[in-house]
Design a protein around this ligand. Structure first.
Ligand SMILES: Cc1cc2nc3c(=O)[nH]c(=O)nc-3n(C[C@H](O)[C@H](O)[C@H](O)COP(=O)(O)O)c2cc1C
Length: 188
């Protein structure tokens, strides 16, 4: 198949969606992110790329804490709202029910079945983005989204962002066993 050059600055791959929470003054502020990933297993670090212009960055830099909350498909509209408007102009503190954990300054979203609270360990200054690297201090999961005591992605029922068509998509079908189905290609 012939390869055609496409726009190099776009993320042409499925990106999970999440809500980042930070405390600014006495209020929670929430924004939507798709540019995030686990980046270290032990200690558990995750990194989130957030445009320097965002209001939420102020809270993360001030308290050196933040949360990452994985939503289910049924709150996709509220998640989209948090990515449409800035806390500079709109009070997003009451769009979700907030709870706090051990860190006390990392507001988390009760309606999201899976939540982590993080302590900021490093901020990498990129040309347009603050890349926040946080250590996960505590992870929480709704009881009904656990299977055998472990968070179950199928029950959490999260969704991805598809670009450049700007669509939210629920997770697709199970296609095989990771770290296993490729074994048949290992040459003996
Ligand atoms: C689906 C979606 C994904 C987004 N992903 C990111 C992201 O990964 N990083 C980022 O900086 N902004 C992202 N945004 C944009 C911010 O969420 C948006 O600008 C938000 O209004 C900023 O809020 P704040 O100023 O209150 O912090 C995303 C928006 C949407 C709708």
């Amino acid at each position: 198949m012939k390869k055609i050059k496409v726009h190099e600055g776009r993320a042409y791959y499925p990106m999970p969606c999440a809500v980042v929470g930070a405390k600014i003054g006495e209020k929670a502020n929430y924004l939507t992110v798709a540019w995030f990933s686990m980046v270290n297993p032990d200690p558990p670090y995750l990194a989130i790329a957030m445009n320097k212009a965002h209001y939420t960055n102020l809270g993360i830099k001030t308290n050196r804490t933040f949360s990452l909350n994985i939503p289910s498909v049924d709150i996709a509209e509220k998640v989209d709202y948090c990515g449409l408007v800035s806390g500079k102009k709109f009070d997003k503190a009451t769009i979700f029910e907030t709870f706090y954990g051990e860190l006390e300054t990392a507001p988390m979203v009760k309606e999201c079945p899976f939540n982590v609270e993080c302590r900021l360990v490093q901020t990498v200054e990129l040309p347009a983005e603050d890349l926040f690297i946080g250590e996960i201090i505590t992870a929480y999961c709704d009881e009904n989204c656990l299977t055998g005591g472990t968070p179950d992605l199928k029950k959490i029922n999260s969704f991805i962002l598809s670009m450049p068509d700007k669509r939210y998509r629920a997770l697709g079908q199970d296609i095989g066993s990771a770290w296993d189905m490729g074994k048949k290609h290992i040459k003996k």
